[in-house]
Design a protein around this ligand. Sequence first.
Ligand code: G
Ligand code: G
Ligand code: G
Ligand code: MN
Ligand code: NA
Length: 254
Amino acid sequence: TILTMDLRDCIAENSLDIHFQPQMNAQQHVVGVEVLARWKHEKFGFVSPDVFIEIAEKNNLIYPLGLQIIDKACFQLAKWFKRKPSVDFKTLSLNISPIQLIEPKFEKDLLNLLEKHNIPAEMICLEITESVFMKNYQTAITALNNLREHGITISLDDFGTGFSSLNSLWKLPIDEVKIDKSFVSSMSKDDSLFTMVESVISLCKKLNLEVVAEGVEHSIEFNILKGLDCNIYQGYLFSKPLPADLFEKTFLDK
Ligand code: G
Ligand code: G
Ligand code: G
Ligand code: MN
Ligand code: NA
């Protein structure tokens, strides 16, 4: 299709964009940043990553696309480090599709990019989804263990939307869980969803996993989550994903 061809060109020209969304602690201090890919098509305008990531996955483009995103994100982070000694957030979170994770070269390619930009592995958090464990359980587990040996952390994204059961959490090699925004947005109106969020947070604490609530849009949600002692908060209440210059102006110029 046209979009597939145009995406191929866009990757060849290295012209995808990235946006940055802050992750806050309970004091509303930025403790991390999630990187989100953006594609502005010259005719169709912004194409949602839900659409172009899937195109990339189906057309053998996701691996090079993914490395370009990581390269750009690390370049930007290194730039922030140089210009702003005050940059003190701890993690850069990258969305990684299953195809990237199970690619044998991935660990080496990622470490090379970190070395190129002089980014400590401890700052990198890879967001994966439960789907990676469905088809490629053992390969995924091995890849995650290897990555974690370098200090890279692993976050389970969109938690609650897949086929996960709460008791699978204790055996996966992960460091963090992101509660899906569908739970966060309905929690203040639906008692059973509130109970679910409460249970997930309490279980994560017992398992020593960080908990991120995504899709925090209103202060009522932020307050409920603070009451449950959630660790990290992300959503439009604080900021939508922003281009690097705006992110810098809003959160790093202090
Ligand atoms: O803003 P939002 O529309 O950015 O993102 C939609 C979906 O696209 C999310 O599920 C997000 O995880 C995914 N996504 C965004 N950027 C990337 C990326 O760089 N790589 C991968 N694999 N997925 C991404
Ligand atoms: O950034 P935000 O979460 O508001 O974007 C939601 C979706 O809308 C994204 O998946 C993105 O592809 C699309 N989108 C449309 N216009 C814009 C824009 O000007 N900036 C950003 N960041 N996303 C846009
Ligand atoms: O990677 P993941 O599936 O978590 O992608 C996060 C998605 O959620 C992105 O599309 C991002 O733009 C979007 N997002 C971030 N904050 C909010 C929010 O507060 N509300 C909603 N509806 N979407 C959000
Ligand atoms: Mn994510
Ligand atoms: Na998510």
